[in-house]
Design a protein around this ligand. Structure first.
Ligand code: SF4
Length: 201
């Protein structure tokens, strides 16, 4: 059974499913050396076990993985309005992304959010005629000025403001992250062409 997290301090009451960072992230990810998902509570053995458990569950039976996620979101006793894919980790592969799409299509009353640096998976899906459901909000995740994002379909972008160096690519119109998703929800409502900026942890 896939493990769903309801204990993320930033997400508040919004549940998420999480995967191990680095191994699910893009190759040579610029943030790998300073990944927040390898620090703090993510270093606890039970949290690590849960992340790796979820990845094993996906590889063992991809269809069941997404059935488990769906059941956690809406099972007749609870029905969540908001859900976050991957406070830690990223889309594993193209098949995984199609599973994310299917979950959104089958749970239209829930609003989904996923940040990703696996731009090629999302762009490739659209290039091949795929359609992102309206209740699935994909946000491309930027890093420093040197990290180029391939964004031909104008997905919203999340920028990072570093403490020790200027990031000139951050648009002046980018919305500030308040750090409290439950009372903010702006990423679940963000539109193509818009952006948000996070202060580096
Ligand atoms: S901008 Fe708001 S919704 Fe987006 S991550 Fe920050 S607190 Fe959460």
């Amino acid at each position: 059974m896939v493990k769903i997290s309801t204990t993320n301090s930033k997400l508040g009451v919004i549940p998420s499913v999480n995967l191990p960072p680095i191994v699910t992230c893009r190759r040579n990810c610029p943030c790998a050396r300073d990944c927040y998902a390898t620090k703090g509570r993510y270093r606890f053995q039970n949290v690590q076990d849960s992340l790796h458990h979820n990845l094993r569950e996906y590889f063992a039976n991809p269809d069941q993985y997404f059935e488990d996620v769906k059941f956690a979101i809406n099972n007749g006793m609870v029905s969540y309005l908001y859900f976050r894919w991957h406070a830690a980790g990223d889309f594993v592969d193209g098949r995984y992304f199609k599973g994310v799409i299917k979950v959104a299509e089958e749970l239209p009353a829930t609003s989904f959010l996923a940040f990703t640096k696996k731009f090629e998976i999302v762009n490739g899906f659209i290039h091949n005629g795929g359609v992102i459901p309206e209740n699935l909000h994909i946000v491309f995740s930027a890093w420093g000025d040197d990290f180029k994002i391939k964004n031909p379909y104008h997905f919203p972008v999340a920028y990072v403001r570093f403490k020790d160096k200027e990031n000139k690519t951050i648009p002046t119109t980018a919305a500030e992250c308040s750090g409290d998703c439950t009372h903010c929800l702006q990423c679940w409502n963000i539109k193509n062409g818009q952006s948000v900026v996070f202060n580096k942890h």
